[in-house]
Structure formats: structure tokens, C-alpha cells
Design a binder for this molecule. Structure first.
Ligand SMILES: [Zn+2]
Length: 253
């Protein structure tokens, strides 16, 4: 009824090819807790609210997409970081984080999971973006338009979705990048797709969408990145004798 914490680390590092992808944070076991894991909580971000929910759930491990120790952040353990780490260490909870490896994975990746929710076909990674799979491209079986795609996304993700650029132009091909992928809109334009979906929007993204005539949808960083770690958790529950619970800490951004 349990798995060793290092065995789980090695398994996840292997499945997600964590050591092959260069990233802005360390991927894998970020904070070591108990050796014996019976209960795992998965979530998008290792915020204090998620750590507290994991403590309440009696979890031995937390697996997230957004962990700690980002490039460029302060190296001191003070304030918010001190409280989060203290809660993990006091409660002997392991923290595993997989950032880009969990965006680009061909099965559990946020990009792949969003495509499944939308029924996108002929999926392939846009090859000149590194690591491969940060931006994906595919087609819809039935032609749609911006307004319809916006309402589909709103139903699936249960939140408001921003729509810019052409709203009624036919859409069959699209590119997408979950999270903060708005900077890739120009690559979507170069690919010649009808629409580009990501999580966040910047001021300049709106002008690019309007002037380049590409339908743009910003569906939320958090909302578009719920599904990778959730599907990874379901996979772990199938493969190991452990309990896994996905906890969604709402975030409008
Ligand atoms: Zn993200």
C-alpha cells in the first residue's frame, strides 16, 4: 500500500524525460519528505493553500506543475518561501515538480491534454520551438469560428475566455501553448493556422491578433494547466498501490 519516495522520483523522471529538458527550475523531487508514500495530492502550483490542503488530506507527497526554486528568484529562505518549506518539512511531505516536462509530454503534457479536451486531431509539435512540444498544432474535425470556440472553451474550463482578432472567420487549423504562451502568437501566424490558444495575454498580443488576422483566445494560465498533472496523477494511481487526489486551488489568472 505504498511506494518509496525515490522510486517514485526515478519513475517520474524517466516517464517525463526530466533530465533531457532544460528548464527554469529543477524538475523532479524538489523537497524530500517521508520515504514511504501512501497518499499523493496533485495540483497546478505548490502554493501555501495547496500545501495546507495536502496536510489536511494526510498526504505524503505533492506533485505539481509549478514548484519552487525558479531561476532568478531570491536564494534566501524567507517570508512566503520559508512558510511553504517549513510546512512541507514539518509534515514530512515530499514535493515533486515538473514544469516544461509536463507541458510537452506526448501523453500527460498540458498541451496534449488540452487538445484532447477540444477534440483536436492531427496533433504535432511545432518543430522549431525548443523543447519540442511547447507549441502544438492540429486540426478540428468540424469547422468552427472564434465565438463558438470561445464558448466551447468556457464550458470546458468553467471560466471566462478572452477572444481577440477575427471572431467569425472560419477556423479549422490551430496552434496552442498552455500557460504563459502568448509570446508564441507570431510563430502561430508563421505556421498559417487560423487560431492560437494560450493561457495568458499581454497588451501587444491583442494588436498582433488584430493586425495579423489570427483568432486569439486566452483561456487562463491556471485553467489551461490543470489537466497535465491531473492525468499524471491518474496514471500513478493505476500503476502503483497509492491513493491520488487532484486538488484544484482556484486561480483566475
Ligand atoms: Zn505554467
Amino acid at each position: 500500500m505504498s511506494i518509496n519516495n525515490l522510486e517514485l522520483k526515478n519513475y517520474l523522471d524517466g516517464v517525463l524525460r526530466a533530465n533531457e529538458i532544460s528548464d527554469y527550475c529543477p524538475n523532479g523531487l524538489q523537497v524530500e519528505g517521508t520515504g514511504k508514500i501512501k497518499k499523493i495530492v496533485t495540483g497546478v502550483t505548490a502554493s501555501q493553500a495547496l500545501v495546507d490542503a495536502a496536510i489536511d488530506a494526510d498526504a505524503d507527497a505533492i506533485i505539481v506543475h509549478h514548484g519552487y526554486f525558479w531561476k532568478g528568484e531570491s536564494q534566501t529562505i524567507t517570508g512566503m518561501k520559508k512558510r511553504r518549506l517549513s510546512a512541507l518539512l514539518t509534515n514530512n511531505i515530499n514535493l515533486y515538480a515538473y514544469h516544461l516536462p509536463l507541458d510537452v509530454h506526448p501523453e500527460f503534457g498540458n498541451n496534449r491534454q488540452l487538445a484532447s479536451l477540444l477534440g483536436i486531431q492531427d496533433i504535432h509539435a511545432v518543430s522549431h520551438v525548443k523543447p519540442i512540444g511547447v507549441v502544438m498544432q492540429g486540426t478540428l474535425e468540424d469547422e468552427t469560428d472564434g465565438v463558438t470556440l470561445q464558448s466551447t472553451l468556457q464550458q470546458i474550463l468553467k471560466r471566462d475566455v478572452l477572444l481577440e482578432g477575427p471572431t467569425s472567420k472560419p477556423i479549422t487549423t490551430l496552434a496552442w501553448c498552455t500557460g504563459g504562451g502568448q509570446g508564441f502568437i507570431e510563430q502561430a501566424v508563421e505556421r498559417g493556422v487560423d487560431a492560437f490558444i494560450t493561457g495568458e495575454v499581454s497588451e501587444q498580443t491583442v494588436h498582433t491578433a488584430r493586425e495579423m488576422g489570427i483568432t486569439f483566445l486566452a483561456a487562463g494560465h491556471h485553467a489551461t494547466e490543470r489537466y497535465g498533472v491531473k492525468s499524471l496523477g491518474e496514471h500513478i494511481a493505476e500503476h502503483f498501490d497509492v491513493t491520488v487526489e487532484f486538488i484544484d486551488i482556484d486561480n483566475p489568472a
